[in-house]
Write a protein that binds this ligand. Structure first.
Ligand code: HQG
Length: 182
């Protein structure tokens, strides 16, 4: 299986399992799980041919471990990044480290200085445990800028933090008082 193909399938799965299951008339349950047979059938009707073996390869080899297949092998979900309404991953709140990082683009920093970090269309603001990851997250949007978030202090104010199955930190809006700009 070539990597162009797995990247294409990974992008398709991100679209369907995070944002727009209705594109292939798929239903996610309240915890974000989709039935794999229904997903593959819906994808085929949509003109995207994916078989079980390819799906498993995409999940196993994914650079960011974006998806999980359930233990019984019947269902799949995205580990983070959702915008679709009504999905609760049931992550347990955890205490964050002292600082976490947010990768963004230089064109957004004036607005972030003004409003703090907002989730936008996604359920959460996404934070990284290390600066290298934050740089690559920010580069997706433009010239990368890494913001330092005083996560523990924010947590001590009562804000919840979650760690996704693939190591992405998730939280609510981040007030500008907890953000250090470079
Ligand atoms: C910015 C990828 C203006 C924010 C990554 C970001 C991540 C503001 C953009 C995951 C703002 C939203 C999510 C404000 C925030 N004013 N801009 N007040 N507050 N922003 O893509 O964090 O590869 O929705 O800085 O690795 O970039 O898809 O969020 O630049 O984990 O698995 O608004 O997506 O994962 O962009 O990325 P996004 P993100 P995957």
């Amino acid at each position: 299986i070539d990597s162009n193909q797995t990247v294409k399938v990974s992008k398709f799965l991100s679209l369907i399992l995070r944002h727009s299951p209705a594109t292939i008339k798929l239903k996610l349950d309240e915890n974000g799980w989709a039935d794999i047979d229904e997903l593959l059938a819906g994808a085929a009707k949509h003109g995207t041919k994916i078989n079980r073996k390819l799906l498993e390869a995409v999940v196993a080899d994914n650079d960011k471990k974006r998806f999980t297949i359930s233990d019984d092998g019947k269902r799949i979900r995205a580990n983070q990044g959702h915008s679709v309404k009504g999905v609760d991953l049931e992550l347990a709140p955890v205490t964050p480290p002292d600082v976490l990082y947010h990768g963004t683009a230089s064109r957004f920093t004036a607005s972030i200085r003004d409003q703090g970090l907002i989730p936008g269309t996604r359920h959460h603001v996404h934070l990284s445990a290390d600066t290298a990851t934050a740089v690559s997250v920010g580069r997706r949007h433009g010239v990368p800028v890494v913001l330092t978030i005083n996560a523990l202090a924010l947590h001590e104010q009562g804000q919840l933090f979650f760690l996704s199955a693939n190591g992405v930190w998730l939280t609510g809006p981040v007030d500008k008082r907890f953000i250090a700009f470079p």
